[in-house]
Design a protein. Structure first.
Length: 313
């Protein structure tokens, strides 16, 4: 009897360890899959950021950045003209509300993402930064401004200039991180599922172990949601003052929307599994519990036996 009890404890211990490790790997696997499969796909990335062309914060940030650059270029090429800044910014703000801006926004994001992804997947070592040629995007903007009859729009230069998007000293680290995430996106989920199944199968108290697995999965989803929220706060806090923070926040929210959905899904599924096991386990255990043994009945005295009674003194 003692040996059976010890074996059950060992099995429950092994199952608890497997389930604990699996619950730890689940949110990490979701994070790796989001980074490697979601952000690393150019088409999916462009579809994610495309609606941001209609976001007021993003339009304002683009108008400010492009307007400052256009005004700076015009001032170096044009003399005798004053107060170009407000006029140019008004024209660019009007441009950001057109379909041409949406086309330019998607084309620019696609070009930047293709350049970064090519650098991350390239096996040849590169000593320089990741650059992108935004001349096609500038050409679309210039064509649209000329159609709007904006003065000096024809003087906007469309030069094939390599614009750096990733510094040279960060390319090697990003490449190693991408390869690690690419491998983790496949093996972490598979390992988590295998450990969870093994833990439940090995444990002697399978219902209790499954309840723990559900609770751990829900806890992992909650922690992942908190990590996304904390990451947003830290990301915006570390940005330089020149970056438009509302626009950066809108971009962060768009890119992490899938991750937030996955975290809440983990929380809901894990809580549902734990609650179901808890609700269905109580009655079953009570029905399966053996009834306590009945107390022994009093043995009647044999017939014909002499009955002696104590006389009072």
């Amino acid at each position: 009897m003692a040996s059976q009890s010890g074996a059950r404890r060992v099995r429950d211990g092994i199952g608890a360890v497997c389930v604990a490790v699996a619950c730890l790997l689940v949110p990490l696997g979701v994070l790796a899959g989001w980074a490697a499969l979601g952000l690393a796909d150019t088409g999916r990335y462009v579809r994610t950021v495309a609606p941001l062309a209609g976001d007021p914060a993003v339009r304002e940030a683009v108008a400010d950045a492009v307007g400052d650059e256009v005004v700076r270029e015009l001032e170096t090429r044009t003399t005798g003209e004053a107060a170009l800044g407000p006029f140019v910014r008004d024209a660019i703000e009007s441009f950001t509300r057109t379909d041409a801006f949406r086309t330019a926004w998607e084309a620019g994001n696609r070009a930047v993402h293709d350049a970064v992804l090519h650098a991350l997947r390239d096996d040849a070592p590169s000593g320089g930064p990741v650059t992108v040629d935004l001349a096609p995007v500038t050409a679309q903007v210039k064509q649209r401004l000329e159609a709007e009859h904006m003065p000096y729009a024809h003087r906007i230069p469309v030069a094939h200039t390599e614009v750096p998007v990733v510094p040279a000293e960060e390319v090697a680290g990003l490449r190693q991180g991408y390869r690690l995430l690419d491998a983790a996106a496949l093996w972490l989920p598979l390992t988590a599922v295998a450990l969870a199944v093994t833990g439940v199968a090995v444990a002697a108290s399978r219902r209790r172990t499954l309840t723990a697995a559900g609770s751990g999965t829900a806890l992992g989803g909650a922690l992942l949601a908190l990590a996304v929220a904390a990451g947003r706060r830290l990301t915006l806090a570390d940005l330089p003052d020149t970056v438009h923070r509302p626009a950066a926040g809108a971009v962060y929210d768009a890119l992490t929307a899938t991750l937030r959905t996955a975290s809440w899904l983990l929380l809901a599924v894990g809580a549902a599994v734990a609650l179901t096991c808890r609700l269905t386990g109580g009655p079953a255990l009570r029905r399966g519990r053996p009834a306590p043994p009945a107390p022994p009945a009093a043995t009647p005295a044999p017939t014909g036996a002499p009955v002696t009674a104590e006389r009072p003194r």
